[in-house]
Ligand binder design. Structure first.
Ligand SMILES: [Zn+2]
Ligand SMILES: [Zn+2]
Ligand SMILES: [Zn+2]
Length: 369
C-alpha cells in the first residue's frame, strides 16, 4: 500500500482553511506572554540554527531521490498536495524512541526515528509525514523549536533575558504557555495529515500505535475500542474537581495531547462539512498574487512596511518614516513580506504565502514593538 494514485492536490491552500480553533486561540494567548520575544530571538540566532543543522547532518541519514527513493517520492507528493512552498530536508535517526518531529528556524527539517518507522505500516508512516509537513505548512516552526529547546535544555537559559520586575517565574510561564499551544497545534497538524493523505484510517491507527502498541501482540488495533477510551477520558473530571486537577496536571508537561483524544478529533473532522468543502475545492487560499499589484517589484529587504492610506498602500523598506507617495506617517504601518506584500505574523519565519525567508531578527523586533 501507498498513496492513492488519484490523490487530490490543493494549490494555494492556506493553513487557515484547516487550522483548529483551539490552536488559533492558544496562539493568540501565547503571543501576549512576556519573554516570548526574547525566547524567539534566542532561538533565531544563526548559531542555534547551525547547531541544529550540524547535529542532524552528522548523525542521521538524509532521505533523497537516491536514498530511500520510494519514501522520498511519496514525501514530495505529500508536500505537493498541501502546497508546502519550501520542502524541508527529511532525515531518519536510528533510535528506539518512538517519535517524529519537525524543527529548524529558517531551514526546516523533519526527522523520523527508526523506532517509530519499525512499528508503522507504510500508510501510517505517510500519515505521520503529513502531520509533520502540517507544522511547516502552518508556520509553527519558530514556536515549536523554542518549545523543544526549552523542554530539552530547561528554562534557565532564558534567565539572562528576564527584564527587571518579571521575576524568575516568567520563564516557567512562557514554557507552560508554549506547551499549552503546542498540544493544540497538534490538532491542526492531524488535519493537515488528513488533507495530505486523504486516508483517515491510517492516521487513526498511527495515533493508536503512539498510545500503546507492541509488535508481538496478536491482532490489529481496534479503533472502536480507542474511540470508547477517548469518551471515557473526556468524562473524567466532568463531576469531580479532584480528577479535573489531576487531568490537567498530567497534561502540563506534555507537548502532545493524548493520542486517543486526537483519534476522536480527527475522526469527527473527517466527517465535517469543513473537510468536505476543502475536498470539493472550496477552501481559503493564500493571497499572494492578489496582494502585490502587477508591475510592482519585490523589495530588496525580506520584509517591508505598508502605507496605511487605503488609496495608496505602497510598500517601503523597514524603518521608513513617511510614505514617499502620499506622506502618510508609517509609524503604525503593518509589516509585510518583501516579496509578495502579504501582511506577516510575528510567528512566521518564512512567509506562508510565498515561502520567502523573513529575517528572524526583524520578526522579533516586530513582536517587541
Ligand atoms: Zn506534531
Ligand atoms: Zn502612501
Ligand atoms: Zn511572501
Amino acid at each position: 500500500m501507498s498513496l492513492k494514485a488519484n490523490l487530490q492536490e490543493f494549490p494555494g491552500l492556506s493553513h487557515q482553511a484547516f487550522q483548529h480553533p483551539l490552536d488559533r486561540q492558544a496562539m493568540i494567548a501565547l503571543e501576549k506572554v512576556p519573554l516570548l520575544p526574547q525566547g524567539v530571538s534566542f532561538v533565531s540566532s544563526a548559531f542555534f540554527e547551525r547547531l541544529l543543522h550540524i547535529e542532524h547532518i552528522s548523525d542521521n541519514t538524509r532521505v533523497t531521490a537516491q536514498q530511500y527513493p520510494s519514501l522520498y517520492r511519496q514525501y514530495l507528493k505529500l508536500a505537493a498536495v498541501l502546497d508546502v512552498k519550501r520542502l524541508p530536508d527529511l532525515y531518519i535517526d536510528t533510535t528506539p524512541t518512538v517519535n517524529a518531529y519537525a524543527t529548524g528556524i529558517q531551514n526546516y527539517f523533519i526527522v523520523l526515528n527508526s523506532g517509530l518507522i519499525d512499528i508503522l505500516t507504510e500508510d501510517e508512516l505517510l500519515a505521520i509525514l503529513g502531520h509533520e509537513l502540517g507544522h511547516v505548512k502552518c508556520e509553527h516552526m519558530l514556536y515549536t523549536t523554542l518549545a523543544q529547546f526549552l523542554r530539552d535544555y530547561g528554562v534557565d537559559i532564558l534567565n539572562q533575558f528576564v527584564p527587571v520586575g518579571l521575576g524568575a517565574l516568567a520563564g516557567q510561564g512562557l514554557q507552560l504557555a508554549l506547551m499549552e499551544w503546542y498540544r493544540k497545534a497538534e490538532f491542526s497538524c492531524d488535519r493537515a495529515a488528513l488533507i495530505a493523505t486523504q486516508n483517515v484510517e491510517s492516521i487513526c491507527s498511527a495515533l493508536a500505535k503512539l498510545a500503546g502498541y507492541a509488535k508481538n501482540l496478536d491482532g490489529a488495533l481496534n479503533l472502536e475500542e480507542i474511540m470508547r477510551q477517548a469518551n471515557d477520558y473526556q468524562e473524567i473530571g466532568a463531576e469531580s474537581k479532584v480528577e479535573k486537577v489531576l487531568k490537567l496536571y498530567v497534561l502540563l508537561n506534555k507537548t502532545h495531547p493524548y493520542p486517543v483524544v486526537r483519534v476522536k478529533e480527527i475522526r469527527q473532522w473527517s466527517e465535517s462539512t469543513e473537510y468536505a468543502q476543502i475536498l470539493a475545492g472550496n477552501y481559503k487560499q493564500l493571497v499572494a498574487q492578489a496582494t502585490r499589484p502587477s508591475g510592482m517589484q519585490p523589495l530588496a529587504t525580506p520584509t517591508g512596511v505598508k502605507c496605511t492610506n487605503p488609496k495608496c498602500g505602497r510598500v517601503w523598506s523597514p524603518g521608513t518614516g513617511f510614505c514617499g507617495k502620499c506622506s502618510t506617517n508609517l509609524r503604525n504601518a503593518p509589516t509585510v513580506c518583501g516579496n509578495c506584500f502579504v501582511v506577516v505574523k510575528a510567528s512566521w519565519a518564512n512567509c506562508v504565502a510565498c515561502g520567502n525567508a523573513l529575517n528572524g531578527n526583524l520578526i522579533a523586533n516586530q513582536i517587541r514593538g
